[in-house]
Design a protein around this ligand. Structure first.
Ligand SMILES: Cc1cc2nc3c(=O)[nH]c(=O)nc-3n(C[C@H](O)[C@H](O)[C@H](O)COP(=O)(O)OP(=O)(O)OC[C@H]3O[C@@H](n4cnc5c(N)ncnc54)[C@H](O)[C@@H]3O)c2cc1C
Ligand SMILES: *[C@@H]1O[C@H](CO)[C@@H](O)[C@H](O)[C@H]1NC(C)=O
Ligand SMILES: *[C@@H]1O[C@H](CO)[C@@H](O)[C@H](O)[C@H]1NC(C)=O
Ligand SMILES: *[C@@H]1O[C@H](CO)[C@@H](O)[C@H](O)[C@H]1NC(C)=O
Ligand SMILES: *[C@@H]1O[C@H](CO)[C@@H](O)[C@H](O)[C@H]1NC(C)=O
Length: 375
């Protein structure tokens, strides 16, 4: 008996923040047009934010989206790639604003962001409330008085930003995707071209695999951070010290604890957290912890008495020399892979902008397919 023909399918590889937002944007695209309304989106991944039949319950260091703080912290763009990322960030900020209003439970919170710089570059020095708002979409920018700055810090400023409870947010995006008819498949793929072997119903593949398949430009940036039980942190604060070390505190919202960080170690593949490093991270962050929790300096001891460490976390930021790759690649004339990987330490804050570009690329691939089938 002949099998029923499967529905036309767009495969999205990866259930991290980039794959999830791309899958939702692709669903939106398909629903807009009567001719594509029966086309399905199938999300295929090795690891998932929530329980999917067959998926591991524990997350590996390679599944970056589970380990991110995460906050939105713009970087002044200086290269064409950074300008592209800045545009994605601004689109993400606009989406977060809408999303927070329509789905307040989704895992986003609006908080004050504070930044301290030991050696501010000229781009930081020239920021104003107006330039900041137009570059990033974030409001409330103001420079902090020099007298209030911590030792060794030469520029401080604040603005209104967003924090994301990463596992909660990803879990909720996945639920929305499934509710809208999305399919899921737990599978460890050997190649991003593999889905084309499943049949001619596969019309396009989106490669949002973090750093999955051996692009020599991809490399991990190891991050060790500490998930603590602090529940009174109100601000996300980041210090870039003059010795190149970083301290940051990110409240996760929704009783998700507070992240205190952290390291940025390009090319370090170690997944074991170091207890010595945990001590250094907490000690270095003492000042910003007090500030975020509105406590007088030193009121909260970091020797373990007042702050409980819930988990030492090691995650790998999926970085790529030259920045994130978002483009379509064609093989054999009609197999299209839309790449969206290599987000490094910025996956959340650029997610919706990247997903909009993926949506546009999928639109182009689909119209090519229509043109071809008419010929
Ligand atoms: C400590 C730390 C702090 C961070 N803080 C922030 C922050 O404050 N703000 C911010 O914006 N970003 C932050 N990031 C960065 C952010 O986490 C990443 O940029 C983002 O999670 C990347 O998402 P992704 O979807 O590209 O990849 P991932 O989350 O790694 O997802 C990859 C997906 O692809 C699947 N996959 C991979 N290979 C295969 C295969 N062969 N077959 C099948 N499936 C496969 C995986 O299973 C997974 O589902 C931080 C990261 C770390 C580690
Ligand atoms: C698909 O994405 C991965 C990163 O996840 C990359 O290593 C690989 O090279 C990409 N595929 C191609 C054909 O570029
Ligand atoms: C990688 O990180 C671990 C833990 O902090 C450290 O012990 C190790 O020396 C680092 N390795 C390299 C090559 O830097
Ligand atoms: C965190 O845990 C410590 C140690 O158990 C406790 O003293 C403190 O009250 C806790 N803080 C919060 C905000 O729950
Ligand atoms: C719907 O899709 C068809 C075929 O891809 C295309 O020609 C048409 O312009 C699309 N309509 C809209 C409103 O996007």
């Amino acid at each position: 008996m002949p099998q029923t023909r499967p529905d036309s399918t767009i495969v999205v590889i990866g259930a991290g923040i980039i794959g999830l937002t791309s899958a939702l944007k692709t669903q939106q695209l398909l629903s807009e047009n009567a001719s594509t309304r029966s086309t399905k989106v199938l999300l295929v991944a090795r690891e998932w934010p929530t329980s999917i039949p067959g998926a591991p319950i524990h997350h590996s260091a390679d599944y970056a989206s589970m380990w991110a703080g995460a906050h939105v912290r713009p970087i002044p763009p200086t290269t064409p790639q950074m300008h592209r990322e800045a545009k994605w960030l601004k689109q993400t900020v606009a989406e977060f604003k809408r999303h927070l209003e329509s789905d307040p439970w989704v895992g986003l919170s609006q908080v004050t962001g504070v930044e301290y710089l030991g050696i501010p570059s000229p781009e930081y020095e020239s920021q104003t409330a107006q330039s900041y708002a137009s570059e990033t979409g974030l409001l409330g920018y103001k420079t902090l008085p020099a007298d209030d700055l911590p030792q060794g810090i030469h520029l401080g400023f604040e603005y209104q930003t967003y924090c994301i409870n990463s596992p909660l947010y990803c879990g909720n995006l996945l639920r929305k995707f499934i509710l809208q008819g999305g399919g899921t498949l737990q599978q460890d793929l050997r190649s991003e071209w593999e889905p084309y072997s499943w049949g001619s119903h596969v019309k396009a593949v989106v490669n949002a695999s973090g750093m999955g398949f051996g692009d020599p430009k991809c490399y991990p940036i190891r991050g060790q951070i500490v998930l603590t039980n602090l529940s009174t942190a109100t601000k996300t604060i980041t210090a870039q010290n003059s010795d190149d070390s970083w301290s940051f505190i990110i409240p996760r919202g929704f009783n998700g604890g507070t992240i205190v960080g952290g390291t940025k170690e390009p090319g370090n593949w170690s997944v074991e957290p170091s207890t010595a490093v945990r001590g250094q991270i907490l000690a270095a962050a003492e000042g910003i912890i007090s500030e975020s929790c509105n406590q007088p300096a030193g009121a909260q001891s970091v020797d373990g008495a007042d702050i409980q460490v819930i988990k030492d976390v090691v995650g790998r930021r999926p970085a790529r020399h030259g920045g994130m790759r978002v483009e379509t690649e064609v093989r054999d004339g009609n197999q299209h892979v839309v790449h969206a990987y290599g987000a490094g330490g910025r996956g959340y804050e650029v997610s919706w902008g990247v997903a909009s570009e993926v949506q546009q690329l999928v639109r182009e691939v689909l119209s090519l397919a229509t043109v071809k089938s008419k010929i």
